[in-house]
Write a new protein. Structure first.
Length: 792
């Protein structure tokens, strides 16, 4: 034992252990063996697997491997409970959520200790971060339950939600999923990750204790197979998944065509930018939190350090010094910085990736600090001397490993930061607020922290861009993800259009002057690459014109042109509004001509054709009006920071318009897309494309910048597949048959593009109530939350 004088001399930490006993006693009260929590009851344990303490390797409890039958039972219980739960008033549901929040606070230490035992994270983190945030989520969503009908009029819950979560924040991810789902009136089946089921089981007991109606929350434990059974169950209306991008893509493919709601919170490789004018010591402390919080097993970990070259050497030197004072050890020791990784397989995975990084030329630094003799412990690691293509720079390591690179200019910093398939989070350190606020909107990530890192709050949405997934958790955006318009359930299948009276011979010339509409790419008319043209028939089968048959190359050119026009998104909303108004004005000027064209293609009455043109003009007006109004919010999280929720365009959008309503069908989808700043590749109705090919002249006289609207004619299903597979397309909206919608959703997994499909249902785009509001605006935008600290 050191003498006090010696302790003053060395300033060494003594042990500060937290007792594991209460958590162990709780496990014992269940015989250290658990069944499933279904319909408010515990089932008898089935085939079990062991949940181990990663710090010691010792088993904590036996947990049941959920079978398809378990999932089915849980779905039935959730379905039965949905009726009464969703019919409760918001106030009543809010009181249940409040009761859960209070119970979590009352048992917060038990939850924290159990979490640290099961997951290996330092008690300091589970006690001070995870569990308080869990309670905060239930409190916050208790409020949403009550205000739902005011804030989300005409929205209804999905029904039964299947929720699948990872092991890195076991209870927190549960709260992020369950709190909004219940607030909205859904019932849930939640599957925790196989390594970390225990706090979810304790949560089940809390639900029981606070009198949550049976079947509202069901916890089914198990691994990937159990997850697959949830994803594939036809009785589930929405899947909410947090986990790896790989499994997220598999889930996207498995749910394609089913009409299930889907939100995906996936991986990341988040950049941590340090500019030369940063407060270096603060930036180093921030970095410790960014990459060594939870042993680096954080989806939004600042795992890619980008430091300005002028301070690189000094920064790295200080960083190494700081790394050597980090303490790795028993997660239940309150003075530990880094605990245990979740399982031996994760340790091996991290080691392999580090080895690969070194083999590719990286220089590895690990401080010479003590590690416990056994358990899943790793030293904090820093890899320098890497280039953008190295695997340690591109792949998510999900461990305590930082890779560092440098940049010279702000432009280079942005280019490096965005050089990733992910887009979850980013951190910017600079004492120059102008610089920080200039960089923040340029980073493709759902969250940007300025002079801070890893800040979370229930009122502030969290979620990714690109392959980090889609959907948001937290904030109003997160609530919206558990609701859908009430009218969607009444949609009827489309009536198949009448077959053309006679198949036309492509060589039959139309009467009058030859009219072959070209495509429209990059602001110019373009001939189809294929060299083929397709006849366009009138209602009686006579040929009334020809359009080019678009192919893969035409799509490639159009996407390239649209990518070149991404600046449309940074143009002032007021300017975009003016252009949309101008489009409307110029279309209106030629309304008779457009009405006549509709009649010629569809045989519509003169009045209906005129109405369709008038409705298209009105729709353009409506979204010109939205361009500068559908904007963000400023959140006040319970820290000294604001979070500016910025509504941003998503990127290049592809629209495959419905067969019906030749003009309005395209305009209804085009107008919200353009208003929000997304350049578009539009495939008009296959059978009636001429209303849109006529639009070129209107576009050209309306100051639409080149590349903002690109039009490719041809077979809409063939072109939709090409668009779905194209990595340059960020979003795809497809109006067409159920089978083709499924194909489109499946084909879109390459870059995880966001999709909207009509699934063969008759959306009435003429309905202003439904389609002049936020239905498509929400789908044409994503929210980025920029956290800005204030105060000294
Ligand atoms: P994982 O994808 O392997 O597993 C996640 C969950 O999915 C587990 O419950 C697992 O049992 C289940 N699962 C596995 N295969 C499945 C399948 N085929 N069908 C259905 N379910 C299946 O991920 P992980 O290793 O547990 O977690 C780490 C990953 O989670 C990292 O990539 C991390 O970035 C990500 N993550 C993301 C966020 C976010 O909010 N974006 C938050 C935390 C973690």
């Amino acid at each position: 034992m050191n003498k006090i004088a010696q302790i003053f001399e060395t300033l060494e930490y003594g042990p500060a252990p937290e007792s594991a006993q209460p958590a162990l006693d709780w496990l014992k009260s269940h015989g250290n063996k658990f069944g499933q929590y279904i319909d408010g009851k515990w089932t008898a344990p089935g085939k079990t697997f062991s949940s181990d303490n990663p710090a010691t390797g010792k088993p904590l409890a036996e947990v049941t491997e959920g079978t398809a039958e378990d999932v089915d039972k849980a779905v039935k219980a959730a379905r039965a409970a949905f009726k009464t739960w969703s019919a409760l008033s918001g106030y009543e549901r809010g009181k249940h959520l409040y009761a859960i929040a209070r119970a979590i606070q009352k048992h917060s230490r038990l939850f924290a200790v159990l979490e640290s035992l099961d997951n290996g994270k330092p008690i300091r983190e589970s006690r001070d971060i995870d569990i308080p945030l869990v309670a905060r989520h239930f409190y916050h969503h208790a409020g949403w339950a009550q205000h739902l009908s005011r804030e989300f009029p005409d929205q209804v819950p999905y029904g039964v939600c299947g929720q699948i979560i990872p092991w890195n924040f076991p209870l927190l991810m549960l709260a992020w999923k369950i709190a909004p789902a219940l607030a909205a009136g859904n019932t849930v089946i939640l599957k925790p990750a196989e390594f970390t089921s225990l706090t979810a089981l304790l949560f089940a007991e809390i639900c029981d204790r606070v009198g949550l109606p049976k079947g509202v929350v069901n916890i089914v434990t198990g691994a990937g197979d159990t997850g697959q059974a949830i994803v594939g169950h036809p009785g589930i209306d929405k899947i909410a998944f947090t986990g790896s991008t790989e499994v997220g893509k598999a889930i996207r493919a498995a749910t394609a065509g089913t009409g299930k709601g889907l939100s995906l919170e996936l991986g990341g490789k988040s950049p941590y930018l340090v500019f030369e004018d940063a407060d270096i010591d603060s930036a180093i402390e921030g970095l410790v939190d960014a990459i060594w919080f939870n042993q680096g097993q954080v989806c939004c970990a600042g795992s890619r350090l980008l430091v300005q070259e002028s301070i690189e050497e000094r920064f790295i030197e200080k960083l190494k010094k700081r790394m050597s004072s980090l303490r790795v050890g028993d997660p239940l020791d309150k003075a530990i910085d880094i605990g245990a990784l979740v399982a031996p397989v994760q340790v091996e995975r991290v080691r392999d990736l580090v080895k690969k990084g070194v083999a590719e030329g990286g220089s590895l630094y690990e401080p010479d600090i003590d590690l416990p003799k056994t358990g899943c412990f790793l030293r904090p690691a820093l890899i320098t001397n890497v280039s953008p293509a190295n695997s340690v720079v591109t792949e998510e390591i999900f461990g305590p490993v930082l890779v560092a690179m440098s940049f010279r200019t702000p432009e280079e910093a942005v280019a490096l930061a965005n050089n990733t398939k992910y887009g979850l989070a980013s951190t910017i350190w600079s004492e120059n607020i102008n610089l920080a606020l200039d960089i923040a909107p340029k980073i493709k990530a759902g969250v940007v922290w300025i002079n801070g890192t890893n800040q979370f709050d229930a009122a502030v949405g969290f979620g990714g861009y690109r392959e980090s997934g889609f959907g948001r958790e937290g904030g109003k955006e997160g609530m919206a993800a558990y609701l859908k318009p009430a009218w969607e359930k009444d949609l009827k299948p489309t009536v198949a259009p009448k077959a053309a009276a006679k198949a036309a011979n492509p060589l039959d010339a139309a009467s009058g002057i030859d009219q072959t509409a070209k495509m429209y790419v990059g602001g110019k008319q373009a001939r189809p690459d294929s060299g083929y043209s397709t006849p366009v028939l009138g209602p009686n089968g006579a040929q009334i014109g020809e359009v080019g048959e678009g192919n893969r190359k035409d799509i490639r050119n159009a996407v390239e042109a649209a990518r070149g026009a991404l600046g449309w998104g940074t143009m002032a909303a007021h300017s975009r509004a003016q252009i949309l108004y101008f489009l409307a004005e110029n279309l209106d000027y030629r309304r008779d001509e457009f009405a006549e064209r509709i009649r010629a293609q569809t045989g519509a009455t003169a009045a209906n054709a005129a109405n369709e043109v008038a409705a298209s003009v009105e729709r353009l007006f409506a979204f010109a009006g939205w361009a500068d109004k559908y904007d963000g919010a400023v959140h006040n999280p319970p820290t000294r920071a604001i979070a500016a929720a910025m509504v941003e365009p998503i990127g290049v959008m592809a629209i495959v318009a419905p067969a019906e309503l030749p003009l309005l069908g395209s305009v209804a989808l085009l107008a919200p897309t353009l208003a929000m700043g997304n350049p578009v590749v539009l495939v008009p109705s296959t059978s009636h494309p001429l209303s849109i090919t006529d639009l070129y002249q209107v576009i050209e006289t309306s100051d639409v910048p080149a590349g903002v609207i690109n039009i490719v004619t041809g077979d809409s299903e063939v072109l939709a597949k090409t668009l779905a597979e194209h990595d340059g397309v960020d979003v795809l909206w497809f109006a067409g048959s159920a089978d083709a919608s499924k194909m489109v959703e499946k084909a879109s997994i390459g870059n995880l593009k966001q999709t909207w499909t009509s699934r063969g249902l008759a959306y009435d785009f003429a309905d202003k109530q439904k389609f002049e509001g936020d239905y498509f605006l929400r789908r044409a935008t994503q929210v980025k939350n920029v956290w800005v600290p204030y105060g000294a």
